[in-house]
Design a protein around this ligand. Structure first.
Ligand code: NAD
Ligand code: UDP
Length: 328
């Protein structure tokens, strides 16, 4: 038995049964927690990353382990490797980062996914795409089920990401239909936890950093827009469950607990700093008004559901943020 970064006990596999697993974007927030889990489970893990938004610090504790290696590589270029499974996580996920160079984001989603699917085809590996709730756009169905086709602006500032992920799902299904490739599709809803980049502008990392450094908590718009927040260890278990399960999906992986941004701000105040103040700022373009996963499909077919409530998840990430922000 061993323990992963999120404090979960995992059964370790004997060396002869080791899976060779590629985690693209493995030095990022989600990817690094996934690498922790897979390394602890005894898989042979190759972390591939171009370090655009990921960091060496996220995986420093894994360096030197016999079943872990790192490759600096950009998925927009093809690569030759021998693997059994590919978790394709490489793509900036925060709006600030994916809007920074939107053409590169679209290339990462399209060419990057195509290259990794090509690799999976050559190795006969199983391929999992980390898609997103953003494929539902500003949803007209609430909560969102996997059968909903979405309401996405194809020419807006968020489209490089939203449409990028939609075409990544399309490519994934076409490799399945045309080449009989084993594929899995996961639609991830807003996820938070330790190792989120301090500067990535996502709402949970912003609010927690602001509260810890006595800066006003910045609520965009009127704060009535909603999101459903999932703790990262729940997501990692969901990704592994889908990869090892019998069905392609797509599967929503998220926590159905729905909060307005104002409710989140007040919860962060309670958990992190009761003296924090709230400041309203102009919202960004095409911001989805609501988002909440219907997780019936994954729950009934694979038995997965999240277990960490928002308050507990926030408490769990505070120490990591304090250390990195250098505050008491
Ligand atoms: P992140 O930005 O922390 O991690 C992305 C990683 O991919 C980083 O390490 C980055 O350096 C790497 N990367 C980016 N472009 C690359 C390229 N061209 N070649 C190689 N590496 C590249 O984001 P995250 O939150 O860890 O997200 C991981 C995946 O999960 C992404 O695909 C994202 O779209 C998806 N997702 C995340 C969330 C969330 O709430 N965290 C929600 C929905 C979907
Ligand atoms: N948001 C906010 N304050 C911030 C950052 C974000 O109120 O400092 C809002 C943002 O407008 C959106 C929600 O929080 O409505 C979630 O934003 P995030 O960038 O975390 O993720 P998204 O779901 O939009 O990709």
């Amino acid at each position: 038995m061993s323990q992963n970064g999120a404090g979960t006990l995992i059964k370790t596999k004997p060396r002869c049964e080791r899976n060779r697993v590629l985690v693209t974007g493995g030095a990022g927030f989600v990817g690094s927690h996934l690498c922790d889990y897979l390394v602890a489970r005894g898989d042979h893990v190759i972390c591939l990353d171009n370090f655009f938004t990921g960091s060496k610090e996220n995986i420093a504790h894994l360096i030197g382990k016999p079943n872990f290696e790192v490759i600096r590589h950009d998925v927009v270029e093809p690569i030759l490797l021998e693997v059994d499974q590919i978790f394709h996580c490489a793509c900036p996920a925060s709006p600030i980062h994916y809007k920074y160079n939107p053409i590169k984001t679209a290339k990462t989603s399209f060419l990057g996914t195509m290259n990794m699917l090509g690799l999976a085809k050559r190795c006969k590996a199983r391929f999992l795409i980390t898609s997103t709730s953003e494929v539902y756009g500003d949803p007209l169905e609430h909560p969102q089920r996997e059968t909903y086709w979405g309401n996405v602006n194809p020419i807006g500032e968020r489209s490089c990401y939203d449409e990028g992920k939609r075409v990544a799902e399309t490519l994934t299904m076409d490799y399945n239909r045309e080449h009989n490739l084993q594929v899995r599709i996961v639609r991830i809803f807003n996820t938070y936890g330790p190792r989120m980049a301090l500067d990535d502008g996502r709402v949970v990392s912003n609010f927690v950093s602001q509260a810890l450094t006595n800066k006003p908590i910045t609520v965009y718009g009127d704060g009535q827009q909603t999101r459903s927040f999932q703790y990262v260890s729940d997501l990692v278990k969901g990704l592994v469950t889908v990869m090892d399960g019998p069905e392609i999906g797509p599967f929503n992986i998220g926590n159905p607990g729905e909060f307005t941004m104002l409710e989140l701000a007040n919860l962060v105040k309670e958990v992190v700093n009761p003296n924090a103040t709230i400041e309203y700022r102009e919202n960004t373009a095409d911001d989805p008004k609501c988002r909440k996963p219907d997780i019936t499909k994954v729950k009934t077919t694979l038995g997965w559901e999240p277990v960490v409530p928002l308050r507990e998840g926030l408490e769990r990430m505070v120490d990591d943020f304090k250390r990195r922000l250098g505050v008491e």
